[in-house]
Design a protein around this ligand. Structure first.
Ligand SMILES: [Ca+2]
Ligand SMILES: [Ca+2]
Length: 300
């Protein structure tokens, strides 16, 4: 439904000369409450591609509130088991729930993006505008988005999802946090990821996840808008001059000579491609789970 509305919106925008940048992609702030298994079932499935990813596209460790602590220091301060002070947090007490290690020096700890930047890119962030990517990379509004863990466990994890990597400890916490962050940022999952989440969740309590959705704004898509304009032109029967519209016109008009074979969409007798693979066989995500979540994270 959301995609259908988005497509209709794109057509409208194309015909009126506006750009998608002027239109918020989704409403913000819905509070989502779902039991773990239901939340996993509702995660939309899509194949993933890393094309175009650069870590620099996610500006991170900013000092969003100008209090001298950047995002890393903010998380260290929030998760320290003892009181800490200063701008550059070096001393405190932290426990890495991935492996149980504790430390009083922050130098051996990383702040992990629970859903890694690259995995987020693969699963939806590639369509976001830059401010949205920055807010994701510095998300202090949900304690599940960023966690202080040992650098060794963070680097072992790298950019992998739960089908590829799980922490040694805290597996159920990790699964719940992963699902919450995916919902919060309206990210999708690929098929192996959903299967892994279901399998892991079978060993966990099916308790309620509550999370508030973040504001997600998509980047303008000029090529999509241009394609939509072509569709509009064809629909009203205007002389088409682009390649796409010419192709559409060929399907409506008899060939007047010259080569036509290349224009034939399929060879007679050739079986029509059978829908296979993830997108065809995956269950459609109906009333999508983009319904709610605000995770007010009680920081420790
Ligand atoms: Ca700050
Ligand atoms: Ca994935």
């Amino acid at each position: 439904m959301h995609r259908t509305l988005t497509a209709l919106l794109a057509l409208t925008i194309a015909s009126t000369g506006l750009t998608l940048a002027t239109v918020p992609a989704v409403a913000a702030g819905e509070l989502v409450k779902l039991r773990l298994n239901q939340a996993i079932d509702k995660l939309p499935v899509a194949s993933e591609t890393r094309r175009g990813y650069e870590r620099e596209k996610f500006v991170h460790w900013v000092d969003g509130d100008g209090d001298c602590q950047d995002t890393r220091d903010e998380v260290l301060a929030a998760e320290s088991l003892v009181k800490v002070t200063g701008c550059d947090i070096q001393r405190g007490k932290w426990r890495s729930y991935y492996d149980g290690a504790t430390t009083r020096s922050s130098t051996g700890f990383d702040i992990d993006h629970l859903v890694p930047l690259a995995e987020a890119w693969d699963s939806g962030a590639k369509r976001w505008n830059e401010p949205t990517r920055q807010r994701f990379a510095n998300d202090l509004n949900d304690s599940r988005s960023l966690v202080a863990v040992t650098a060794s466990s963070n680097r072992s994890k790298s950019d992998r999802d739960p089908s590829e990597w799980m922490p040694a400890l805290g597996k159920c916490v990790y699964i719940r946090q992963w699902v919450a962050v995916k919902i919060r940022w309206r990210l999708k999952v690929n098929r192996p990821e959903k299967q892994a989440l279901r399998a892991r969740a079978a060993d966990c309590a099916n308790s309620t996840i509550q999370v508030r959705r973040a504001v997600v704004v998509l980047a303008p898509r000029p090529r999509a808008a241009a394609a939509a304009r072509v569709v509009v032109v064809v629909a009203v029967g205007t002389q088409a001059s682009t390649r796409d519209s010419a192709t559409a016109m060929r399907q409506r008009q008899p060939a007047t000579g010259g080569t036509t074979e290349a224009e034939t969409p399929s060879t007679p007798g050739t079986p029509t491609a059978t829908a296979t693979g993830s997108s065809a066989s995956e269950p459609r995500q109906s009333p999508d789970p983009r319904s709610t979540i605000t995770a007010t994270r009680p920081r420790r």
